[in-house]
Design a protein. Structure first.
Length: 74
């Protein structure tokens, strides 16, 4: 959460997150999901790289699945 806050301090147009849920407790992952949904409501563009499909599906407008360095499914 601290990393997300630091990234938001400069009022970015694009926020890039790489595995923000990695190694975190489920309750913290839920809070990250709520934060990402709030950012989406505020019209902030977020590029999320994440293996947690449940989190990703709950916050994303578009999902691209990558495999071997290429888009496997849009």
């Amino acid at each position: 959460m601290l990393a997300v806050c630091v990234g938001l301090m400069s009022d970015p147009k694009l926020l890039v997150l790489d595995e923000p849920s990695l190694g975190l407790a489920p309750i913290v992952i839920g809070e990250i999901g709520r934060t990402l949904r709030r950012l989406r409501e505020e019209k902030l563009t977020v590029l999320l790289v994440e293996q947690n499909a449940k989190l990703t599906c709950s916050v994303a407008d578009r999902i691209y699945i990558l495999g071997a360095g290429a888009v496997a499914a849009p």
